[in-house]
Write a protein that binds this ligand. Structure first.
Ligand SMILES: [Zn+2]
Length: 311
């Protein structure tokens, strides 16, 4: 058995995973990121102890996914966004000391990519990229069934692929990154004026009277009900993402892209946009083999992927 842990800024999700990759038991706790590091660690240890108590067999390893930059070789978490108390935390050795079980850590997007790749939409595939659409656009790159970490562990910053050198400003300081179009806040910024000016649209009144209450999920739901403007917003988001995907496919000769998180729940509208745009732009040698797939595992991808770090 293995324990896989997915640490986010809001919550810690842990699972006891058997050799068949089934999650046998789960533990959840708040990360308490706004508090001290000790407060977070005590929640984390609580989850691990709870699962060890339920294991009933030897636990061979502990894997942890953490947001932001991680030294996966030394097991150090640098300074995750939205977790101010976490600075250069030697998480792997802390957990190892607490449990006596070998522990490895990696970036959370990388763990999700391993989980989704090996047990979800990428099953049976050796080379693929898993994209997570949220506030940012994250990615895990899997080459020959292993995470590609890059020279210093920072690989996979898909969101900062430039699709227009004169495009909108991105949080990274660059202009025209794909994230500056389809990151949640940027997507909503572009969508609101369109929703507010479409008098027949399902979200028209809210866009005018209470714009802050609108989320990408509302746009997905309205598109599913046939709203023309919302459909166009998602279709455009898909097309723009396809521009970046085509560049990655050409660069790496990777033809399988798995898309999850946030607006990916929009389904066909978004995916048709991605597929058309990618197929249009990718080199002809890749066109027939391209696969743009929705993620399958949801939250479990991180747990299952983390649990494979020791294998
Ligand atoms: Zn950027």
């Amino acid at each position: 058995m293995y324990i896989g842990i997915d640490i986010g800024a809001g919550s810690i999700k842990a699972g006891l995973v058997d050799s068949e990759n089934m999650v046998l038991a789960r533990a959840v706790a708040p990360t308490r990121a706004e508090s001290t590091l000790d407060a977070s660690l005590s929640e984390l240890y609580g989850c691990v102890d709870e699962l060890l108590g339920k294991a009933g067999a030897t636990v061979h390893g502990l894997g942890v996914g953490v947001p932001g930059a991680v030294d996966h070789l030394q097991g150090i978490v640098y300074n995750p966004p939205n977790m101010p108390a976490w600075k250069n935390v030697p998480l792997a050795s802390l957990l190892q000391d607490h449990t006596g079980i070998e522990t490895r850590i990696d970036n959370d997007a990388n763990c999700a990519a391993l989980g989704e790749g090996h047990f979800g939409a990428g099953r049976g595939c050796d080379n693929f990229i898993v994209l997570t659409l949220g506030t940012g656009v994250g990615a895990g790159i899997v080459l020959n069934r292993r995470i590609h970490h890059g020279t210093r562990g920072f690989a996979g910053e898909f969101g900062h692929i430039t699709i227009d050198m004169n495009g909108p400003r991105c949080n990274c300081g660059n202009s025209g990154c794909i994230e500056a179009y389809i990151g949640i806040h940027h997507l909503m910024r572009d969508a609101l004026p369109l929703l507010a000016s479409d008098a027949d649209g399902l979200l028209n009144r809210r866009a005018i009277e209470d714009p802050d209450s609108l989320e990408p999920r509302d746009i997905s739901l309205a598109a599913a009900r046939g709203d023309v403007t919302c459909t166009a917003v998602l279709r455009r988001a898909g097309s723009l993402l396809g521009v970046a995907i085509a560049s990655a496919a050409n660069l790496l000769d990777i033809v399988t892209f798995i898309v999850g998180g946030g607006i990916s729940a929009a389904g066909a509208v978004l995916f048709d946009g991605i597929r058309d745009s990618t197929a249009h732009r990718v080199l002809s040698v890749h066109r027939e083999n391209l696969r743009i797939l929705p993620a399958k595992l949801g939250n479990d991808a991180g747990i299952l992927g983390a649990a494979t770090l020791l294998r």
